[in-house]
Design a protein around this ligand. Structure first.
Ligand code: AHM
Ligand code: MG
Length: 336
């Protein structure tokens, strides 16, 4: 049995110019994950479920666990001194860490500390998503906005934690996607899923179909295609939507499928955030042999213009994403 800590060290030599900093940074994420996991597990017993009554900068209600997770990840990352700053879905602006160690660090972290948090109160799986970049600003000076507004193709590492029927941490440093399952009696993550790969074809589609009437024409056509009967392509496909990106993604990665959060008539840029959700999931997707797109082009090549930018998101099994992209292209002129 290989632990996450052992695996990170073992794989360190595969990283360009490895100095151990990235390994230590992943260690800080691992620690915060355990603290958040402990609170999630007893969510019904302590005063941690429900809303804070506050909203984040995007006008969304913040749950108590959103803020708890944000504070724990921020504190763990600051304490290790391995990042010069973070940006988070739960923070209005990026935060730079200016202690002697932090300011000399090469990395920044972007994160959604608790994704799918509206699911906490009903005991459904939630997740954490993280993304790591090398800073652009000079080492020794405070982090700047440009450190955080880098395209996803510059990510050094990305990953997620799914707090599900078991807790799993899945990450990539650009050499495949590897999953670790927590043994709760020891609080240790063990390697359980090495080199995870999206099946090229899948039979699961995940989308909030309640918004059907507001979807672009290409998505409507694709959904009808998913529902048609055709034994050669194993249709009709199966519809599965948890409403927690991490959990929907994780299932599709293991079984083969597509996750879609498209633009809608009321949210023309979609709902999901490019920097905290789509870029890290897109890096994982590509590392696992899948495709991540905004319906027309590669997510990882989109130049970010603002921290909380939203983007339509299509990701998963290669052939499923290319089918929906073809329909998006075919029907895009209908929308003009
Ligand atoms: P959050 O970061 O505020 O939790 O929002 C992101 C979540 C995703 O996890 C999930 O897939 C999606 O929002 C669900 O949205 P909807 O309820 O509109 O289907
Ligand atoms: Mg989220």
């Amino acid at each position: 049995m290989i632990t996450l800590g052992e695996y990170i060290i073992k794989k360190q030599h595969e990283l360009p110019n490895a100095s151990g900093e990235l390994s230590s940074l992943l260690g800080a994420i691992k620690l915060a994950t355990k603290v958040v996991n402990r609170e999630i597990n007893k969510a019904g017993l302590v005063d941690i479920i429900g809303s804070t009554g506050l909203e984040n900068v995007q006008g969304e209600t913040q749950q108590k666990l959103d803020l708890f997770a944000n504070e724990k990840f921020k504190a763990a990352l600051e304490a290790r001194g391995e990042v010069c700053g973070i940006a988070s879905e739960e923070e209005d602006d990026y935060v730079s860490f200016n202690s002697k160690n932090s300011i000399n660090s090469k990395y920044v972290v972007l994160m959604d500390p608790l994704d799918g948090s509206s699911n906490i109160d009903v005991n459904v799986s939630v997740g954490t998503i993280f993304s790591i970049y090398r800073r652009i600003s000079p080492v020794g000076e405070p982090a700047t906005l440009e450190d955080f507004l880098q395209p996803g193709n510059k990510q050094v590492a990305a990953g997620y934690v799914v707090y599900g029927s078991s807790t799993m941490l899945v990450y990539t440093t650009g050499n495949g996607v590897h999953g670790f399952t927590m043994d709760p009696s020891l609080g240790t993550f063990y390697l359980s899923h090495e080199s995870m790969k999206f099946p090229e074809d899948g039979v699961i589609y995940s989308i909030n179909e309640g918004n059907y009437l507001k979807f672009p024409q290409g998505v409507k056509k694709y959904l009808k295609y998913c529902q048609e009967i055709d034994s050669a392509t194993k249709r009709p496909y199966t519809s599965r939507y948890i409403g927690s990106l991490v959990s929907d993604f994780h299932r599709n990665l293991l079984k083969g499928g597509i996750y879609i959060y498209p633009s809608t008539a009321s949210a023309p840029k979609g709902k999901l955030r490019l920097l905290y959700e789509c870029n890290p999931m897109a890096m994982l997707t590509e590392q696992a042999g899948g495709v991540a797109s905004d319906g027309f082009k590669r997510i990882l090549d989109i130049p970010p213009t603002e921290l909380h930018q939203r983007v339509p998101f299509f990701c998963g099994s290669k052939n499923m994403v290319s089918d929906v992209e073809a329909m998006m292209r075919e029907y895009s002129s209908d929308e003009e």
